[in-house]
Design a protein around this ligand. Structure first.
Ligand code: 5GP
Ligand code: MN
Ligand code: MN
Length: 320
């Protein structure tokens, strides 16, 4: 038990008879791309591998776009006690959602992750907080497994790499080099990105305008960071859950050196908060204080309460 390198992770995967691969709840393209790519490669090598994502929230459209071969099963059909449970892009056990119980029932567990806030919840860890995306770590494991990058795997890895690096804004030369390799291997950014984020309902234009019109900018308290925030209420969330993810980037563009927060009411009285900033203050730490986690410049947390209670907790966590 403990840390493993990519070769150690590949050895664990080769020994397992059946593998359940999971990503975090409400998977983004890094979680879903990592999990589906890994399971695809395992199946090609003759290992029984299944992908599932924990509820109770429904899986986003991203999963349907990425799961062309249909290897994702509904949460209820995830094997109860797999030989090996692989957790992709998951920083802490609660991020498995209602699949968290599988951690105790699986023969062993392997976390593949890149969060600064990683908690060491699995029996084996392949974790690098310096990696810009989990797909980069998965790629290392695929190499060790002898999997050849073909258009299917390349597309899955590219989706996670592009999304988690903010479209190659960060991640540096390593991310760009892997991106080039994936395009050489058959990933098609133009069609993929259209499928992932280029098709939205027309009604989203007006709904988005309403959300952004309600945004507020709060000046920095002494020694603290300024805050630009907006809230999406439960009714709007129910209609447009897949569309709201890009809003926090729009808030950040107006936040200067400060922090952007998008408060999404996932159910009445339950909030999911996305934080974005420059890295100072360290939002991974801010979010961890509030029960979540993430990276220095991108983090999140979930919390019950009223909108104003969430904001009060956030302001307190941001004040020095
Ligand atoms: P996003 O705002 O895109 O949902 O998440 C940004 C980053 O924060 C991602 O790396 C994500 O894994 C992390 N994050 C978001 N929400 C939570 C949460 O509730 N708990 C934890 N531990 N991390 C979160
Ligand atoms: Mn993620
Ligand atoms: Mn990630």
């Amino acid at each position: 038990p403990g840390p493993v390198d990519p070769a150690g992770a590949a050895a664990l995967l080769r020994q397992a008879r059946d593998v359940l691969v999971v990503g975090h709840v409400r998977p983004d393209a890094d979680a879903a791309g990592s999990a589906i790519a890994l399971a695809t490669a395992l199946r090609r090598a003759g290992t029984e591998a299944i992908v599932a994502f924990g509820g109770p929230d429904p899986v986003p459209g991203t999963v349907g776009v990425l799961d062309r071969d249909g290897i994702v099963v509904p949460t209820a059909e995830a094997p109860a006690a797999p030989d090996l449970l692989v957790c992709c892009d998951i920083s802490a056990a609660p991020r498995l959602g209602d699949l968290a119980g599988r951690l105790d029932r699986a023969g062993a567990s392997l976390a593949i992750d890149h969060h600064a806030s990683f908690t060491g919840f699995a029996t084996h860890h392949l974790v690098d907080p310096g990696a810009p995306a989990t797909v980069l770590l998965v790629r290392g494991v695929l190499d060790e497994l002898g999997a050849r990058l073909d258009p299917v795997l390349a597309r899955l890895l590219f989706a996670g790499l592009y999304t988690d690096t903010g479209g190659f804004r960060w991640g540096g030369a390593d991310a760009l080099r892997l991106g080039a390799e994936l395009v050489d291997a058959g990933a098609e950014p133009r069609t993929l990105l259209r499928e992932l984020s280029g098709t939205r309902p027309f009604a989203w234009l007006a709904a988005q305008a309403d959300v952004l019109a309600g945004a507020r900018s709060e000046p920095a308290a002494a020694g603290g960071a300024g805050l630009v925030w907006a809230a999406v209420d439960a009714a709007t969330t129910a209609r447009f859950r897949d569309e709201t993810v890009t809003l926090v980037g729009q808030l950040l563009a107006t936040a200067g050196d400060g922090v952007a927060a998008l408060l999404t009411e996932t159910d009445p009285g339950a909030w999911s908060v996305s934080l974005r900033g420059t890295g100072t203050p360290d939002l991974s730490r801010v979010a961890t204080t509030l029960g979540g986690g993430g990276h220095p410049a991108a983090a999140g947390f979930e919390r019950p309460g009223t909108r104003d209670e969430i904001l009060a907790a956030l302001r307190a966590a941001l004040s020095p």
